[in-house]
Design a protein around this ligand. Structure first.
Ligand code: F0G
Length: 470
């Protein structure tokens, strides 16, 4: 039921709590339900909207690519996220991303050839999938007249916010980061784009709590993925995957899990396509945690926490968080983008896992870096967190949960150049560097390293080194 008195007759916000279910206009700004504190969805009264009659109908936008809204990989699907007027939409050309078949990575995962695809979201303007969501959040923020936007970040959200802020000049950007917890590639973006950068003593989970308080107190628009409009933009990653597969639903979507925004958005996308009659089957969803930041894995696979039709027993999560606090255990992984112990979208992700008959796995930093090296050797490359998807697919394949003939899409969430320190340390022949960057996190070997060869500045020796590798 849409809220009345709204500038948009189709879209409304709705609490995901089944006992609450309160609705709000899209003109309001909330990152939690004012009545019960649960997360909000953006919902649509589809009977009053104009969703496509078939998915292939969406291809008509390709002929109109000179229009920035049709060019955008987010907004050409705007009939499936109809919360904004045309004039309100913010785009910087996000979502020109690639679904690449990779037989070399299929080999690594032990899938048949032609069965593994990499959805490379590193091709977005700020180098990560976050731009999909940020264009949607900025669109909503513009609609409600926000002048300042903030986020806490492990680096990519802040790079994206800072970029949208600098390119559109619609809002000042304020970012919160934990100390020493952000790769230089990402930090350099935020600084270059001119974001007001607040580095607090603490980690991402601390920064996340603070930014929520500060945004509330100062009335600043929050663009973390608790913002339901962010997730509307991230749904389009799945629309593009389907588009690239000529609208055939794959068997598996495998995605790294941090704050669990992506997995939540993907589940919502597929539920909506199913409800609209646009697809007739759902893919299975695999969410992959780093072992050092494995809250979802612990809760879902070990302690049996389930969405349960909306009746999730959240005391299981509270108990776990209390244990983390008592043990003073902080998230710790080289995949800094997903170094998160308190995922804000936990409940929505549980819902997505139920929708898509999902599974959760954890992978070690060693598995992540080895998978990352294989992705790189296949020619695209990604940052460490992204490779968790490939490492997770490999595990699920080894367990026989993914079968050899399944069609699997791994989401590569961020660009290879986001975190060169880890990559160079993995490939380095300098043991001291290896130990300093990787050794403390339990990475002991680099079986797929491509070591640079040190040679004297001598023509014969250089020639010998090259010829030895023929
Ligand atoms: N991969 C990358 C490259 C990320 O930057 C993130 C999240 C994730 C995966 C996890 O996605 O939160 O939707 O489960 N980065 C956030 C940030 C937290 O601040 O940039 P998720």
């Amino acid at each position: 039921m849409p809220a009345t008195q709204s500038s948009n007759p189709v879209a409304f916000q709705k609490c995901i709590g089944i006992e609450c279910g309160a609705t709000y206009s899209v003109d309001e700004v909330h990152v939690a339900c004012p009545q019960c504190g649960d997360l909000l969805d953006v919902c649509y009264d589809w009977a009053r909207a104009t969703p496509p009659a078939s998915l292939s109908q969406l291809e008509q936008a390709w002929a109109r690519r000179s229009d920035p809204l049709e060019f955008s990989g987010v907004w050409r699907f705007r009939n499936l996220l109809p919360f904004a007027s045309r004039e309100q939409i913010v785009t910087v050309g996000e979502g020109q991303t690639l679904l690449q078949r990779s037989d070399s990575v299929a080999d690594y995962v032990q899938l048949g050839s032609g069965r593994l695809f990499l959805q490379y979201e590193g091709m977005n303007p700020s180098g990560s999938f976050k731009d999909n969501g940020m264009s949607a959040a900025f669109t909503h923020a513009r609609g409600v007249g926000a002048t300042r936007a903030a986020c806490a970040s492990t680096g990519n959200t802040s790079a994206s916010l800072a970029m949208y802020s600098a390119t559109t000049r619609l809002m000042q950007s304020i970012i919160f980061i934990g100390s020493g917890k952000i790769s230089y590639g990402k930090l350099s973006q935020a600084l270059d784009y001119g974001a007001l950068t607040i580095q607090i003593v603490g980690d991402f989970d601390d920064a996340m709590q603070r930014v929520q308080q500060v945004s509330r107190d100062l009335g600043i628009y929050l663009v973390n993925s608790v913002n339901p409009f962010r997730l509307e933009g991230q749904k389009t990653i799945m629309f593009r995957v389907l588009e690239a597969l000529r609208w055939e639903v794959p068997d598996w979507i495998v995605v790294p899990g941090g704050n669990l925004g992506n997995s939540s958005a993907f589940g919502k996308a597929f539920a909506e396509l199913r409800d609209l009659g646009l697809i007739n089957r759902l893919p299975r969803l695999a969410v992959i945690n780093a072992a050092g930041a494995n809250t979802l894995y612990e809760l879902f696979e070990r302690r049996g926490l389930r969405w349960n039709g909306g009746r999730a027993d959240m005391s299981i999560a509270q108990q776990y968080y209390a244990e983390l606090d008592a043990a003073k255990r902080k998230a710790s992984t080289l995949a800094s983008a997903i170094e998160i112990n308190r995922p804000v979208n936990l409940r929505k992700c549980l819902r997505a896992l139920e929708t898509c008959n999902g599974v959760v796995r954890e992978v070690t930093d060693q598995e992540i870096l080895d998978a990352k090296a294989r992705v790189g050797a296949g020619g695209i490359g990604c940052e460490p967190a992204s490779a968790a998807s490939v490492a997770g697919a490999k595990r699920l394949r080894a367990e026989g949960i993914i079968s050899e003939s399944d069609r699997v899409v791994c989401i590569l969430t961020g660009h290879q150049l986001k975190d060169p320190d880890v990559t160079v340390a993995y490939h380095s022949s300098d043991r001291e560097r290896f130990e300093r960057v990787l050794g403390q996190r339990g990475v002991t070997a680099a079986p797929f390293s491509n070591r640079p060869i040190a040679v004297a500045n001598d023509l014969q020796e250089i020639i010998r080194a090259i010829e030895a590798r023929r």
